[in-house]
Design a protein around this ligand. Structure first.
Ligand code: F0G
Length: 470
């Protein structure tokens, strides 16, 4: 079943380009699994002519339609009360012209997330300019909202009553929320037992049919791939290229927040490996428009237990990817067979970024260090700081460079992980024993279990005195 539009003769300003064989097709002609019929690769959304036309007009900054006028227009929209302008995705809509009718947009006012300085983490690494772009500050608490508003709007416009995804938890939470807003039905496939409670709760709360399959994420993907061929559901995993269109907009926000001076280096967690490529696409498009003078390096960090991209680079020069049996407490990125690995590889190679892997101990410590800045994030996001430490130790990042960590999920997504960490029950004795001394000492300095006390002022005073004395 191809995705025929419900209205005939739609005129699209976009097309889909296969990243494997370069075939071009019209958006509604994509197969239900979003794989190229000739070579099986994934597609990306392309806007023929847009960049050359806008760039040409950028040379004349007095022309209203010029690319040069876009930053001012995008910024002005932050003061507007119109539905689309209030979204941090759709206020960049000149770069997202794939809907027939803007009234079909389904939005929860996503995006417009903060770019925080991380002075203490930066200082301990000898970096002067370390920031966190906190995508966990989106309506459902993860970066998935930016991609969900774009792809679910397509499903809505094309008349699909059902949407579906396989997920490690955040995609399903976002999909369930946006489907509920649009009055659509949602089917969620998640791995039984390996989804953080906050995410499972969201999917239920937003009314999705929630199936916990007795398998892992990769097993859920396999079931869904077959299901979309048999049932008229619209697939909202990140193989859907419209997801990446929304997920590219943090690049615009970051450039804007840094007065159109891009960071030197962005560090992104890697799971199914779509988000890194979405950001790469965002920066590449800004560059093509002449709005930024260069693109940042984009590096991808994986958990040691879910490291197929890292293994591909270190063992096969990035030419093949062998799936692994994934296991990590950072359940969001517990993925062994990432669908978008070729797109991610292209971004690494195109921007000169690196791929690193980090241990469970390194993730736990980094998460606590980000928390100690008053920001907090979920474990999968903390791989970015853990990976940055490795890149700094390898001499790959200089003191003056402007580095942005992409924090992908809110700390409240997985409170169980955090509480276990502070209670000292997250890591096993063997894992703690295996830590380098300096890391263990840092962790012990940060760990503080909640205290259950008698309700007496004297008792609390004693605790306070001890804390003040250090
Ligand atoms: N961080 C968080 C918090 C995530 O939820 C995910 C992916 C990633 C990072 C990795 O992004 O897959 O584009 O490389 N979560 C997906 C989900 C797979 O189902 O929620 P990626």
């Amino acid at each position: 079943m191809t995705q025929e539009p419900t209205q005939s003769a739609l005129e699209f300003a976009h097309q889909l380009r296969c990243i494997g064989c370069d075939a071009r097709i019209k958006g509604p002609k994509a197969a239900e699994d979003f794989r190229c019929r000739s070579c099986g690769s994934l597609f990306e959304v392309e806007y023929p002519g847009m960049f050359t036309a806008r760039r040409r007009s950028a040379e004349n900054l007095h022309t209203q339609s010029a690319a040069g006028a876009l930053p001012a227009l995008w910024s002005q929209r932050r003061f507007s009360n119109s539905r689309l302008d209030r979204s941090g995705v759709w206020r960049f809509r000149e770069l997202l012209p794939f809907l027939e009718d803007e009234r079909n947009v389904v939005t929860l006012e996503e995006g417009n997330t903060p770019l925080y300085a991380l002075p203490r983490c930066g200082e301990s690494l000898g970096l002067d300019n370390l920031f966190a772009k906190h995508q966990g500050m989106n309506p459902t608490g993860s970066f998935k909202d930016t991609g969900m508003t774009s792809a679910l709007s397509v499903a809505h416009e094309r008349g699909f009553p059902w949407v579906a995804c396989a997920s490690t938890g955040n995609t399903s939470a976002a999909m369930a929320a946006y489907a509920a807003r649009a009055g659509m039905h949602a089917l969620v496939l998640i791995p039984d037992g390996k989804v953080a409670w906050g995410k499972l709760a969201q999917s239920l709360d937003y009314g999705a049919i929630t199936c916990q399959l007795k398998t892992d994420f990769d097993g859920c993907v396999a079931v869904l791939a077959e299901l979309v061929r048999r049932a008229p559901v619209y697939l909202l995993n990140s193989v859907n290229p419209y997801r990446l269109e929304g997920q590219k907009t943090p690049a615009m926000e970051m450039a804007e927040a840094l007065d159109w001076q891009v960071p030197d280096h962005m560090i992104v967690p890697g799971g199914n490996l779509a988000n890194s490529s979405a950001l790469g696409k965002g920066f590449a498009e800004l560059h093509a428009l002449g709005l930024i003078d260069r693109q940042p390096r984009i590096s991808i960090i994986q958990a040691e237990g879910a490291n197929p991209l890292f293994l591909s680079l270190t063992q096969h020069e990035g030419k093949q990817l062998h799936p692994v049996q994934a296991d990590t407490r950072a359940t969001a990125i517990r993925i062994g067979n990432p669908a978008s690995w070729l797109k991610a590889m292209r971004v690494l190679q195109g921007t000169g970024g690196w791929c690193e892997q980090v241990s469970e101990q390194e993730i736990a410590l980094a998460k606590a260090e980000i928390g100690a800045e008053g920001i907090g994030c979920e474990p999968a996001s903390a791989v970015t700081l853990a990976g940055l430490k490795k890149l700094v130790a390898q001499g790959r990042i200089a003191k003056h460079e402007k580095v942005v960590l992409l924090l992908t999920g809110h700390t409240l997504k997985d409170p169980e992980y955090t509480i276990d960490f502070y209670r000292g029950s997250l890591l096993t004795a063997e894992e703690i024993a295996a830590m380098p001394d300096q890391q263990r000492e840092k962790m012990q300095a940060l760990a503080r279990a909640p205290m259950v006390l008698e309700p007496e002022v004297e008792t609390v005073m004693r605790v306070l005195d001890a804390a003040v004395r250090g």
